[in-house]
Design a protein around this ligand. Structure first.
Ligand SMILES: [Zn+2]
Length: 69
């Protein structure tokens, strides 16, 4: 049972484009996809679940409530 040298274990599809990933660039299919994904991370396009995103470029004032009463 050592004839699996020619057939590498199946990798998950590229997380960027869905193509079969390559062991060398996993979980991506190529360096390009890896680069694209990294770029997204750097740009902050990724939405982190559970992490409230506060936009500070909306021009809206911070939470200021009048103390009436
Ligand atoms: Zn890809």
């Amino acid at each position: 049972m050592a004839d699996n040298e020619n057939t590498p274990p199946p990798l998950k599809p590229c997380v960027n484009c869905g193509k079969p990933a390559v062991a060398r660039y996993k979980p991506f299919c190529s360096a390009r996809c890896a680069d694209i994904d990294l770029g997204r991370w750097l740009k902050g396009s990724y939405v982190i679940p559970g992490e409230p995103v506060e936009e500070t470029e909306t021009g809206l004032p911070p939470r200021e409530r009048d103390d009436e009463g």
